[in-house]
Design a protein around this ligand. Structure first.
Ligand code: ZN
Length: 121
């Protein structure tokens, strides 16, 4: 009668082929522990909510304004610069009305706000 389990030859210095030989990947199952499951990777930092600035002193003035004219001209502005002209208690909408584009001369400025400091360095 033939042996149903394929027998491999014992090699010198190694344990017999069929004694506790199993795949290293099956070790968790055979040891009675839970099989490691894949973990869903989530972004480490979710995107920050956009800043909203009503008064120039909001967020302690720690933000940067990107001013954009209807003609397409944009420039970066620090709130400190605007506060020196209008005061920290001035409303951003009022300050925007006063700004004049250096390219076309219009007073049609809109602003977007972003945090002053990058959080990742
Ligand atoms: Zn313009």
């Amino acid at each position: 009668m033939e042996d149903p389990v394929p027998v491999t030859k014992a090699r010198p210095g190694m344990p017999p082929p069929d004694s506790h030989s199993y795949s290293i990947g099956a070790a968790f199952i055979l040891d009675g522990r839970r099989y490691p499951t894949l973990v869903t990777i989530i972004p480490m930092m979710p995107p920050r909510p956009p800043l909203s600035v009503v008064k120039l002193s909001d967020h302690f003035g720690q933000y940067v304004l990107t001013l954009k004219c209807e003609c397409g001209h944009t420039r970066i502005a620090q709130p400190q610069t605007l506060a020196a002209l209008a005061g920290w208690d001035a409303l951003l909408v009022d300050v925007l009305r006063r700004l004049r584009c250096s390219h076309c001369g219009r007073r049609q400025c809109s602003a977007t706000v972003r945090p002053e400091i990058k959080r990742d360095g």
